[in-house]
Design a protein around this ligand. Structure first.
Ligand SMILES: Nc1ncnc2c1ncn2[C@@H]1O[C@H](COP(=O)(O)OP(=O)(O)OP(=O)(O)O)[C@@H](O)[C@H]1O
Ligand SMILES: [Mg+2]
Length: 500
């Protein structure tokens, strides 16, 4: 069911107050207008700048504005006076939702309107719902435009320039599909503007320009960060089992897989020792699958304002779904969701609620958003998170074994371009027992400095000297790592092939 059908049903079922959460006022207004036409209701629209339009007629004649009340209270008073078969759309009403008088008036209105053919619709970009009103207001999510709506807009824009000889608005079927896909996640206004801008600047519809615009939007959301693909799967050493698993799913995000009946994979949790390539894999997978990578800032979800955190997580989910298919990367998950259900800091249940929203989404989501979560510390993660069905798989990323260390050396030496055949990788791997991938990278970088300082090319002995000087973290944290390993043995799948 689309949002306008939902609104229609709610109006017919005499729900007194609806709250439509959206940036798209124009689209909302158009949808409400259509619904009102269908149901023969008269629509009155209010905004702080325009006041109520058209005027409200009482049975006993028009209501005169008293001129003494602030606008928002006046508006609610008008609703109170209005006859049946009316719908009120109040735009950007969220700033007033903190005023105790507004809250009380809305409660009174809800009681009065219940069972009458009268509906009040609040509309704004953020949801501010005081607890007193939770039971009286129904929240409607107004989704971003569908592919069909984007196509209609595309047709509208291109037919407007049809007679202009300097512009080429022609599109082949495949280009058209790509364009529509790339515009998903923008509001209709944004889509119209970016299409028009592309025609003015490039004289044609340009996918790159639209993708650029989309990165803007993601950035503006504040909680998600758009990552340009830089790492590749071949930059990741070892972790063969994990790579195989991921490789098998490369084609599952295509329409073809969907038609075949394969559901899009949900996501994985990478759990493990610091610096062994968890974040690296997340970045590489997105590039390998050719999907946009969105990084979720788990810490920033918990904004300082009450109610903001829930709003944030909903927004992040919505934006990522609108960009789908994509990879959503929740790095260091335990930092955000630590202590849920514990009695630690009291944040009146905000963390728990945000967490619940996230969990529900994880188990119910059908949109092709592939979640890659990473964590170092399982004890900090709430057990519900690890239950079956949330993630497709939980992988344990351990310290690299000898063979893997060889690969990692090879990757990092090659990256800095010295001739790889001059190095004995086996000896290097043997000399770095207990080193993480990050530490091996440090050895290579440190050795490069030494060689540069001595004014010559990098040599095997620089690497060995550097390796000797480093005490790997795994030595200092051997107990923690052992504990993590034994926990992981029973509950997770290893990311690497291990002999023995
Ligand atoms: N398996 C690996 N292959 C190649 N390089 C690696 C590997 N593991 C780590 N590295 C190097 O170390 C860097 C840091 O690794 P990464 O950030 O992926 O570790 P992590 O597992 O996410 O650690 P943390 O738990 O501290 O976040 C990588 O950018 C990469 O250069
Ligand atoms: Mg990391």
């Amino acid at each position: 069911m689309g949002a306008s059908e939902e609104i229609e049903v709610l109006i017919r079922a005499k729900y007194p107050i609806l709250y439509v959460v959206t940036y798209e006022e124009r689209r909302t207004e158009e949808a409400v207008q259509r619904v009102c036409q269908n149901l023969s209701r008269s629509l009155h629209t209010w905004s702080v700048t325009q006041g109520m339009r058209p005027h409200v007629n009482r049975v006993s004649g028009p209501v005169k504005p008293s001129g003494v009340l602030p606008g928002e209270l006046e508006a609610l008073a008008l609703v109170h006076e209005a006859p049946e078969f009316t719908v009120f759309l109040l735009k950007d009403f969220h700033p007033y939702m903190k005023d105790y008088r507004v809250i009380r008036l809305l409660r009174d209105l809800a009681a009065r309107m219940r069972g009458r053919s009268q509906t009040l619709i609040l509309c704004g970009p953020t949801l501010i719902l005081p607890p007193e009103l939770e039971k009286d207001i129904t929240v409607v999510e107004f989704p971003l435009p569908t592919a069909k709506e984007i196509e209609d807009t595309l047709d509208k824009v291109s037919s407007a320039v049809k007679t202009n000889p300097s512009v080429n608005a022609e599109l082949e079927a495949s280009e058209r599909e790509r364009l529509v896909k790339s515009a998903q996640g923008l509001t209709l206004d944004e889509i119209e503007s970016v299409f028009a801008r592309s025609l003015v600047e490039k004289k044609k519809f340009d996918v790159e320009a639209i993708l650029h615009e989309k990165q803007q939007i993601i950035r503006k959301s504040g909680i998600l960060e758009y990552y340009a693909p830089d790492s590749k799967i071949k930059d990741v050493g070892g972790l063969e089992l994990l790579k195989e698993w991921l490789d098998k799913r490369t084609k599952t995000f295509t329409d073809k897989a969907r038609e075949f009946g394969i559901p899009a994979p949900k996501g994985i949790l990478l759990l493990g020792v610091q610096g062994c390539g968890k974040s690296l894999v997340a970045k590489a997978v997105a590039a390998h699958w050719n999907l946009p990578l969105l990084k979720l800032d788990v810490g920033r979800i918990f904004g300082s304002l009450v109610g903001q955190s829930e709003e944030n997580i909903r927004k992040a989910i919505k934006v990522s779904e609108s960009v789908a298919p994509c990879v959503l990367w929740a790095d260091e998950l335990e930092k955000g969701f630590a202590g849920v259900g514990g009695s630690g800091v009291s944040d009146s249940g905000t963390t728990a609620r945000v967490f619940a929203t996230f969990l529900t989404w994880m188990s119910e989501k059908t949109s092709p958003v592939f979640l890659i979560a990473t964590a170092n510390d399982v004890s900090a993660l709430p057990p519900e998170m690890l239950r079956k069905g949330r993630f497709d798989e939980i992988f344990f990323v351990d310290l690299p074994d000898e063979g893997e260390r060889e690969q990692i050396f090879s990757i990092h030496i090659r990256k800095r371009k010295p001739d790889i055949s001059k190095f004995n990788l086996k000896t290097l791997a043997k000399a770095t027992e207990g080193f993480s991938g990050a530490e091996i990278e440090q050895v290579v970088v440190g050795a490069l400095y030494a060689a540069f300082d001595a004014g010559r090319q990098l040599q095997q002995k620089d690497l060995l000297a550097e390796a000797k000087a480093v005490v790997p973290l795994s030595v200092m944290m051997s107990e923690d790592i052992e504990e993590l390993r034994s926990w992981a043995q029973l509950r997770t799948r290893p990311a690497s092939k291990r002999e023995g």
